[in-house]
Design a protein around this ligand. Structure first.
Ligand code: NAP
Length: 301
């Protein structure tokens, strides 16, 4: 049995599907099980740190968001410590932690917090695998409303050269990390995960524009404005600082492409264009359909 935290999230939902597809038994954590909308084949529990959640579990996928890292750092670290103790006492033998490539920059506060979680996982005496992805493709969903309503992409650091990664590829690596046997070279490793190409936010905007057939304007947002928007949307100050630091650094130091996704899954990572094709509906204005038999021109709402 595999326990997946953050199971309704960008990576977790994909991971649950991929594990089910190979016939694995999955238990998922969601704070509101009835609203999780996961397969009937999944046992959904409201918390990870309980006997019903941990019974029979061999390996756990841990998402830092789901242990509350972005709500209260101190509490999240305490919770992780308690959780790891409980997991060990229930016979869990492996933890796969969704970390971040920002751990490679010790001046980045997001990286520092993730690194502390990594250390806790590494020092518990269980098998561990640390996944260190860079920027996710799905972050561009934050642009969707402006794209639909104004045909504009507003983002800071339009020339930051990053290697955004598809959540499905992160999930595919996570599935391998949960399923592989103890002698596999993934165990005790910390692969950095990237997409297959270096792209700037302006490049991403062009790719979205092409996919939806709508011309989009890229509007570079001042870093202070972007910072304020992140904090107003609920990000802690350190998380907003860390994200903007990551972008700023990528202007002068392009993010390197990692071979890890292909090496681990045997399949090259998906391109951003591929991700956009599958998510294009999120960026398109909804088209209003006429009721069958109607000839009236639809009126504006
Ligand atoms: N986005 C990026 O570019 C990026 C890059 C590198 C690393 N990361 C790391 O990846 C992780 C995010 O992964 P993700 O995008 O798959 O997760 P996500 O979609 O943001 O969240 C996963 C789930 O966690 C639960 N959750 C959210 N806030 C919570 C809270 N305060 N307490 C408890 N549960 C909460 C929610 O599930 P329920 O509502 O069902 O409980 C949510 O669906 C973070 O640790 C982040 O640092 C992200």
């Amino acid at each position: 049995m595999y326990l997946i935290t953050g199971a309704t999230g960008h990576v977790g939902r994909e991971l649950v599907e991929q594990l089910l597809a190979v016939g694995a038994d999955v238990r998922a954590v969601s704070r509101r099980p009835p609203a999780a909308h996961l397969s009937d084949r999944v046992d959904v529990v409201p918390t990870a740190d309980s006997a019903p959640a941990l019974r029979g579990v061999s390996a756990v996928f841990l998402n830092a968001t789901a242990i509350g890292l972005f709500t209260d750092v101190g509490t999240a670290k305490d919770r992780l410590q308690t959780f790891l103790g409980q997991a060990a006492s229930h016979g869990v033998h492996r933890i796969v932690l969704l970390s971040s490539s920002s751990v490679l920059d010790d001046t980045n506060p997001v990286g520092r917090h993730h690194r502390e979680l990594e250390r806790q996982v590494q020092h518990r005496g269980l098998e561990w695998i640390l996944l260190r992805p860079g920027i996710f493709n799905c972050n561009t969903l934050d642009w969707a409303e402006d794209i639909r309503s104004r045909g504009v992409v507003c983002a800071p650091f339009g020339s930051a050269r990053m290697a955004p990664v598809d959540e499905r590829d992160i999930a595919a690596v996570a599935a391998q990390a949960l399923l592989c046997d103890s002698t596999h070279r993934l165990v005790g490793s910390a692969p950095v995960l990237s997409g297959p190409e270096v792209l700037t936010p302006a490049d991403q905007a062009r790719i979205i524009s092409k996919a939806i057939g709508v011309s989009l304007r890229f509007e570079e947002l001042a870093p202070e404005k972007a910072h304020r928007a992140l904090v107003e949307a609920g990000a802690p100050l350190w998380a907003a600082d860390g994200l903007l630091r990551y972008y700023a650094k990528a202007v002068t130091h392009p993010v390197a492409i990692s071979p890890a996704v292909a090496q681990i899954t045997g399949t090259p990572p998906r391109t951003f264009a591929n991700w956009v094709m599958d998510r294009a509906a999120a960026f398109r204005r909804p088209t209003r359909t006429r009721p069958a038999g109607s000839t009236a021109t639809p009126t504006a709402p």
